[in-house]
Design a protein around this ligand. Structure first.
Ligand code: SF4
Ligand code: SF4
Length: 736
């Protein structure tokens, strides 16, 4: 054990102690004020939202802190291996070196209370560990600098914020080593060999005279103090504020799925306000930052600007205005400008500027909607790719749709196509303008029972299944297969109206709630307990959002249902789908509908089903959790894309890139989008791929031939899979 009296910390003797106390407590006060003014104050002024759910949920989310925060599970994904490695090194270095920081601060007050004065032998044993992590942080910072300087992945925001933080982290590590090296050179403590990094540096300065060594010790010590306190003061203004917000963002993440939208109170905004409190009435959705919930505000200040959401967003990748990263960044800038924080200098308030990859708004004086951009709010197809990829559990979809709700219900501002669709939904109860079909037309020639409560399943056909030309054969195939399997089911026929999903995702909560309530009433009156559907959008809203309106039903998607029927032997795929275009095994590329896959975790059933039909699955580059949207979600089945490449054309190209015989999916919207995309990617009819719902393939292998249930109906054209131009595979974002 070295003698305590031998080490004199510069911060404990006059005038060093005065500097230390001023700098330390001054920085602490500024940090506290900044966190209050920039983060806590807006969170307190924002909308209240219950994020506790239940004790069970709290326990679950607390346990998830281990993999998600300590384990870096969503940061260190194979797809982003380089960032994952460097972030893990820096993160764990920070965690471990908190002990050294605590020792340093205590040392500043009094050497006698520093951990190294009383913590041995444990502190001694930890010295090499801390030195190792110090080294790892320096390597991690070097890797991050190389990434920003040389690799420059477009998803990253390359502004001075990150450079400032990298510099501060490196300076923190280096000054820490220098302090220890100076102490070794000056006092030869018996822990010297344990602190291998500092001990390796010490010989370089050991030859200096004592005065120079003491000056170096003092300089390093105060440099470390200044870097540490500077880091603390800058943190609340940097995207690196995520260092302290991430654990809370993970702890308070939603229990519901990515797509879930909260039920709006439609009466509250219309209530008579108390005099002087007109501004405090809740809005329809979010029109000003105070309408966001406290959790949304926490999201804005947690965004690391890593850009993973952006490079997975189909809207961004096809050239639309929307960038989910910019949604978070612009909101943060807007809130920062709007919240009153008189002690914070304007330059700091402004922060480091643009996102680098999308138009940055959020300038003083803009409204929230101006800051985010009308087009961006309408570009979102609610696919959830952003939320799936975000390493810090940010919730883009509800934030975007809440702003859309405000635009529609408060300002009546929406694209023309959205307006026409919403009008149709309101007047006719379905979104298909100009359809010549009726709800029951598809049943002609079939003996389909009406649901009367005596059957096991209510087959929910959906608007698209009944009213869109291309989807009617799918509905017929579905009913035929159910009958063939002896399933007890019935349909509602003319009693069906839209499920409420399109109106809800398009922001018209009035129409959506009316439809939801009417359907729940119909289901209850009919005595329905189990609802079977082939529309993932109907499936999602009925399963996850109808319960908020008192509608608790068991909802089943047809991919899961038919897979079970095949596995149980109720349906036997005995016939072949035929040969592939090269005379080999028939190959199917399966497109995961966002509302079944990412939003409801159903990936394997359709693939098993394809395998059980004797076909091979050829995966698109982006599949399962990272599947690329077809472009129809969030009401975009009917809302025209106004800019860039069409999302469905991009997805069709991904399918072409597999060279499969056929595209299969399990969603009526996706089918429509492929039907539109295929002729664009391949104008030559002889060379076109075909897109089928999975039940259309199943009926070929199960049902007696006829009514389209023949291998000829699904046979690939000889040149199918050959695109007219160069088929664009999904962009590769590995190594970024
Ligand atoms: S939900 Fe999809 S379209 Fe919307 S912002 Fe996220 S990734 Fe982009
Ligand atoms: S929202 Fe999430 S994924 Fe997107 S930039 Fe921010 S931290 Fe990264």
């Amino acid at each position: 054990m070295y003698l305590l009296a031998e080490i004199h910390t510069p911060g404990t003797a006059f005038p060093g102690n005065v500097f230390f106390l001023l700098i330390f407590f001054g920085a602490l006060a500024f940090f506290g004020y900044s966190v209050w003014a920039r983060l806590l104050k807006p969170m307190l002024q924002a909308r209240r939202e219950d994020r506790l759910y239940s004790l069970r949920s709290i326990a679950k989310r607390t346990a998830e802190l281990i993999p998600l925060v300590l384990g870096n599970a969503r940061v260190a994904r194979p797809r982003y291996w380089y960032s994952g490695i460097l972030h893990t090194m820096i993160f764990w270095g920070f965690v471990v070196l908190q002990l050294r920081t605590l020792n340093f601060i205590l040392e500043g007050f009094d050497e006698g209370i520093a951990i190294q004065a009383w913590g041995d032998p444990v502190y001694q044993w930890l010295r090499p560990v801390m030195d190792l992590f110090n080294l790892l942080v320096i390597v991690g910072v070097g890797m991050a600098a190389f990434q920003r300087f040389a690799l420059r992945p477009p998803r990253l925001t390359l502004n001075w914020d990150a450079w400032a933080i990298l510099f501060l982290i490196a300076a923190l590590m280096v000054s820490d080593v220098m302090v220890n090296a100076a102490q070794i050179a000056l006092y030869q403590p018996d822990w010297a060999e344990w602190s291998f990094l500092a001990n390796a540096v010490a010989p370089a300065i050991e030859g200096w005279d004592r005065g120079a060594l003491e000056a170096f010790h003092t300089g390093s010590w105060f440099a470390h103090l200044l870097v540490f306190t500077g880091f603390l003061c800058f943190l609340p203004f940097s995207k690196h504020s995520h260092i302290f917000t991430v654990p809370f963002n993970v702890l308070f993440k939603r229990d519901e799925n990515y797509a879930y939208l909260r039920k709006l109170d439609l009466d509250a905004p219309l209530a008579e306000p108390e005099p002087g409190k007109e501004d405090e009435l809740p809005a329809f959705g979010v029109g000003k930052w105070q309408d966001f919930s406290w959790k949304n505000i926490l999201d804005f200040y947690t965004c690391t600007e890593c850009g993973r959401c952006e490079v997975n967003c189909p809207a961004f990748l096809t050239g639309k205005d929307l960038s989910p990263k910019a949604i978070e960044h612009n909101a943060r800038m807007h809130v920062t400008h709007e919240v009153d924080a008189p002690l914070i200098p304007l330059a700091l308030k402004k922060g480091p500027g643009t996102t680098g990859s999308a138009d940055a708004h959020g300038a003083p004086g803009e409204t929230l909607i101006e800051a985010e951009g009308f087009n961006s709010i309408w570009d979102c197809v609610t696919c959830g790719a952003c939320m799936e990829q975000c390493p810090v559990m940010i919730e883009h979809i509800p934030e975007i749709i809440d702003m859309r709700r405000f635009l529609v219900m408060d300002e009546a501002r929406m694209p023309e196509t959205a307006q026409a669709t919403l009008a149709n939904l309101e007047q006719r109860g379905h979104p298909w303008r100009g359809t010549a079909h009726t709800r029951t037309g598809w049943m002609e020639g079939m003996d389909v029972p009406t649901f009367d409560g005596s059957q096991d399943y209510l087959y929910w056909v959906g608007c698209t299944g009944a009213l869109a030309d291309r989807n009617i054969p799918i509905t017929k195939a579905m009913a035929s297969l159910l009958q063939h399997a002896g399933v007890s089911f019935g349909v509602l026929g003319d009693l069906e109206i839209c499920s409420g999903d399109p109106a809800r995702r398009m922001g018209n909560e009035y129409v959506a709630q009316a439809q939801i309530q009417q359907n729940i009433e119909t289901f209850k009156q009919a005595g329905a307990k189990k609802v079977l559907t082939n529309c993932p959008h109907c499936f999602n809203i009925m399963k996850n959002e109808y319960p908020d309106f008192g509608g608790e039903f068991e909802v089943i998607h047809h991919t899961e249902f038919f897979n079970d029927l095949v596995k149980e032997g109720a349906l036997r795929p005995k016939k072949s789908l035929g040969r592939g275009k090269y005379g080999d095994q028939y190959t199917v590329t399966y497109h995961d509908p966002c509302y079944m896959g990412r939003h409801n975790d159903s990936f394997e059933a359709p693939r098993e089903l394809i395998g059980n039909m004797g076909a091979r699955v050829s995966e698109m580059e982006w599949n399962r959790r990272k599947a690329f949207c077809c472009g129809a979600g969030g009401g975009h089945m009917w809302v025209e894309e106004t800019k860039g490449k069409r999302i469905n054309h991009a997805r069709t190209e991904h399918a072409y890139a597999t060279d499969a015989d056929t595209i299969a999916t399990g969603c009526p919207f996706c089918i429509q989008m492929f039907e539109d995309g295929i002729p664009t990617v391949q104008p030559d009819e002889e060379k076109r791929m075909k897109a089928f719902d999975i039940v259309e393939l199943l009926q070929v292998t199960v049902l007696p031939s006829g009514n389209g249930a023949t291998a000829e109906a699904v046979a690939p054209a000889p040149g199918a899979g050959e695109p007219a131009g160069e088929a664009e595979a999904a962009p590769d974002v590995t190594e970024m």
